[in-house]
Design a protein around this ligand. Structure first.
Ligand code: GLU
Ligand code: ZN
Length: 322
């Protein structure tokens, strides 16, 4: 047997719950950011995560990712919830608001600093651009006075004290298949708390998925590339790993992603059944034509009985007229 350099050995993550054990233990979620109303792409993520949870006898939670006030739109959170409700996408339990979760985030940051898994970084956005967009870890051993210097907090993703080398992560996505991601060259140490004092998505999403006992994360393919680092973080925090499945991203015929930044049209709650029908069609479920005129509960009932997450297997994006 020839020796492999340690940095090239994929880190073997503990097994996720196998698909065969799905059932009542399933907890899924939809985690919108209230930067604007739901658009078709976010409705597709909501619908897919809802159907996958409910078709597997699971719970479906909604978490409001309101971590970034400067990018939020007043009223967007309640508009999103109203739109979900208009579409018959009723969530289980209480909504969790990330703006209320600072204590949990601080406790996690303290533990990470203590273990020397996290460190202060004084680099600016321009510094990061000069590094080619992937943070090179230069503040790992730089003494930083966090009380007097403007700094962010970063998580080490490789070469951690007392941890196996975990540079390459391999995982099986329920929809996109086997993925291999290099945390050093494709991710770089991640910001946990920003220079402006706000908590970063990468911290909050994992802390909250763990706190809520999420077992399955079905979401848009724009987040496939951050999944390796999130799995690594779950494992670092000693949590069981959820299964991930990434549905195709809705792309406009001009090649632009449907997103709030691109001012995608808001979903109209008065056209709920038609929207659900289009979402099902987008997800490859082949809904019968007359279902578009049925009630939302008939639409969802049909969808639950016919749900096939494999219908869009391996498709990272699909074109969709607004
Ligand atoms: N809040 C994130 C977004 O709206 C999604 C987070 C996630 O599903 O992990 O893009
Ligand atoms: Zn730095």
């Amino acid at each position: 047997m020839s020796a492999t350099p340690p940095t090239l050995t994929p880190y073997r993550l503990p097994d996720s719950p196998s698909p065969g054990t799905e059932g009542s233990g399933y907890i899924g979620r939809f985690a919108p950011s209230p930067s604007g109303p739901l658009h078709f792409g976010s409705l597709v993520s909501a619908l897919a995560s809802y159907l996958d949870a409910k078709a597997n006898g699971g719970k479906w939670l909604v978490r409001m990712e309101d971590l970034d006030p400067p990018r939020e739109q007043p009223g967007a959170a309640s508009t999103i919830l109203k739109t979900l409700d208009d579409h018959g996408l009723h969530w289980d339990g209480e909504i969790v608001y990330q703006s209320q979760r600072s204590q949990a985030y601080e406790a996690c940051l303290d533990a990470l600093l203590q273990a020397r898994f996290a460190y202060y970084c004084t680099c600016s956005r321009q510094d990061l651009t000069a590094m080619g967009g992937i943070y090179d870890g230069r503040c790992r051993n730089r003494p930083v006075d966090s009380h007097h210097q403007i700094c962010s907090l970063r998580l080490k993703l490789y070469d951690l004290p007392d941890r196996p080398t975990a540079e390459i992560i391999q995982f099986d996505d329920l929809i996109q298949g086997t993925q291999v991601q290099n945390l050093r060259t494709q991710a770089g140490d991640q910001i946990l708390k920003r220079r402006d004092g706000f908590y970063a998505y990468q911290l909050a999403v994992v802390v909250d998925d763990i706190a809520q006992g999420i077992t399955h994360i079905i979401r848009g393919s724009d987040l496939l590339e951050v999944t390796g680092r999130q799995l690594f973080f779950f494992d670092l925090l000693g949590a069981p790993l959820p299964q991930f499945g990434h549905v195709p991203l809705a792309i406009q015929p001009n090649g632009q992603k449907l997103s709030k930044q691109n001012h995608a049209k808001a979903i109209d709650g008065k056209l709920a059944s038609k929207n659900l029908w289009r979402g099902l069609e987008f997800l490859g479920q082949n809904p019968p034509a007359d279902l578009a005129d049925a009630s939302t509960s008939e639409c969802l009932d049909w969808a639950l009985h016919n749900w096939q997450r494999q219908a869009v297997q391996g498709l990272s994006h699909l074109y969709q007229e607004e």
